[in-house]
Write a protein that binds this ligand. Structure first.
Ligand SMILES: Cc1cc2nc3c(=O)[nH]c(=O)nc-3n(C[C@H](O)[C@H](O)[C@H](O)COP(=O)(O)O)c2cc1C
Length: 178
């Protein structure tokens, strides 16, 4: 078996945690969008999600103050906009305008949904114990909605260094998870 050492700095690319998402926040009527790939489910119900949001991001401050966000799940059709939102700061530009994304009012939180995303999860911060050490927010999904016209959502998954995997084939196996 041929094996070689793998750089520790790239381990994250082996364990990509799920679809790249767009996190929206808003304050004083000004919404923002940031791209996030480091997230993980923590609990089935109520659904709890761990989100790593760096304190160097403009979104960090908005989430800290408002305790609300929306996790929007995009598909490959808007991949370039997703990367654009991850390479720019809401402190300098209006990303909805720059990337031609459409804000829609959420029902439970002040942050907007992104219309072009196939699923939208309205969230409230549930636990901030690990924010100062790891920038890890635990958020609770309090309302979820999906676009029923999207039959086979091809989500994008970050592999690092500008590479993405597009979700594809679906298979069914017996499993003990819910
Ligand atoms: C594919 C991709 C994934 C990213 N994942 C994360 C992440 O999980 N956590 C994070 O803090 N930043 C992540 N970023 C970086 C932020 O999206 C980026 O710093 C962005 O400019 C923050 O926007 P803001 O300053 O408007 O909040 C990612 C960027 C890209 C392109």
């Amino acid at each position: 078996m041929a094996r070689k050492s793998f750089p520790l700095s790239k381990v994250y690319s082996l364990l990509e945690p799920g679809p790249v998402v767009l996190v929206t926040t808003a304050r004083h009527g000004y919404p923002n969008i940031m791209t996030m790939s480091w997230h993980t489910m923590i609990e089935f119900e109520p659904p709890l999600v761990g989100c790593v949001i760096s304190n160097s991001n403009y979104s960090f401050g908005l989430l800290r103050v408002t305790n609300e966000c929306v996790i929007n799940i995009p598909t490959v059709e808007i991949a370039e906009k997703v990367v654009g939102c991850g390479n720019t700061s809401g402190a300098k530009i209006d990303k909805f305008e720059t990337f031609r994304l459409t804000p829609m009012p959420a029902s439970e939180v002040g942050a907007p949904l992104i219309e072009e995303c196939y699923a939208n999860l309205e969230c409230r911060v549930a636990d901030t114990k690990m924010v100062s050490k790891y920038c890890l927010f635990v958020v609770e999904v309090i309302k979820a909605s999906i676009d029923t016209t999207v039959k086979n959502p091809r989500t994008i998954h970050h592999l690092g260094s500008g590479s993405f995997m597009v979700a594809g084939e679906k298979i069914k196996l017996k499993s003990k998870m819910k």
